[in-house]
Ligand binder design. Sequence first.
Ligand SMILES: Cc1cc2nc3c(=O)[nH]c(=O)nc-3n(C[C@H](O)[C@H](O)[C@H](O)COP(=O)(O)OP(=O)(O)OC[C@H]3O[C@@H](n4cnc5c(N)ncnc54)[C@H](O)[C@@H]3O)c2cc1C
Length: 360
Amino acid sequence: HGLYYAPDPSSQIACTIGGNVAENAGGVHCLKYGLTVHNVLRVRGYTIEGKPLTLGSEALDAPGYDLLSLAIGSEGMLAVVLEVTVRLIPKPQLARCIMASFADVRQAGDAVANVIAAGIIPAGLEMMDKPMTAAVEDFVHAGYDLDAAAILLCESDGTPQEVEEEIARMSTVLRAAGATAITVSQDEAERLRFWSGRKNAFPASGRISPDYMCMDSTIPRKRLADILLAIGEMEHKYGLRCCNVFHAGDGNLHPLILFDANDPDQLHRAELFGADIMETSVAMGGTVTGEHGVGVEKLNSMCVQFSPEENAQMFAVKHAFDPQGLLNPGKVIPTLQRCAEYGRMLVRGGRLPFPELERF
Ligand SMILES: Cc1cc2nc3c(=O)[nH]c(=O)nc-3n(C[C@H](O)[C@H](O)[C@H](O)COP(=O)(O)OP(=O)(O)OC[C@H]3O[C@@H](n4cnc5c(N)ncnc54)[C@H](O)[C@@H]3O)c2cc1C
């Protein structure tokens, strides 16, 4: 019917729609078309007591609280999702992509903010730093500029006229921001080639390191360059390399920390490095998750982001759906005791002395 479901997590060959609802999955195109929460109309499933549950409606509005939004992104803590009604939209007639090189990460970060400030919402706005570009180029041979400190991929979609106009406007903004090279895809094959590296960033990292830890946090767009520079300093601090790939348009970072899990010391340093990125993101006004959720990995970082009172309210919501705490026990919401211990550990270690920790 010429329709499609817009969210496109890079995990789509492996993930399920239930998992997408549980994590409120995003992807390359969520800047323009929204996350899972913006593209789902209704979910059906079961409570832990085996009672059928319907949240949301195919109608535009429904009476009562918006429990659909509460369920999307709840990481399987409230109910088991079995059926999802999604919103389908018309496929765009045309899509073209700009690949822009920058000699400086700050210029690249500012270019992202400038595109949005110009009132443009690209269909995709992604960034890769130099180590990431080198790793993916070696893997997919997409023709990326290996001299660039950062590469931006900016996509436009719509009617041919809309795309032509938007590509021209974005090119002007990128040039003014200091792009050293701008290439626009001339056909679909070239557009897909531009994206091939970005889409293969994770497997490409697996080729240059025995293991990698993919982090996921979000920061305000204007702090993109600051976090990249901070991560560069952390590479020295923890003695580990890190490649960076970003959903830059929505400020969602995916630093890939390279390490060898056979070496317990490297694993430990990778975990500290990851926690540092999370907490620095919070200090810069961001969040500890963009689209991968919390699980158990980011429980400590949740203590930095949320106050004990906020965590208590999250437990209260869980209790309303799952009084015995049987769904995904121990995930997502940290206990007060855990946060108190983590706070003491950070203070003792002299790490991250920002105001959020004073409550401990
Ligand atoms: C290589 C790679 C790339 C990725 N890229 C993206 C990306 O671009 N965007 C993005 O958003 N995420 C991405 N992710 C993260 C993740 O894959 C997604 O968030 C995805 O939505 C998870 O779906 P899944 O089916 O794999 O869930 P799982 O990983 O199996 O489960 C995730 C959580 O959801 C719960 N859950 C799963 N199914 C249900 C259900 N039916 N009802 C209730 N709870 C459920 C599970 O208990 C678990 O807590 C990526 C992950 C990888 C490994």
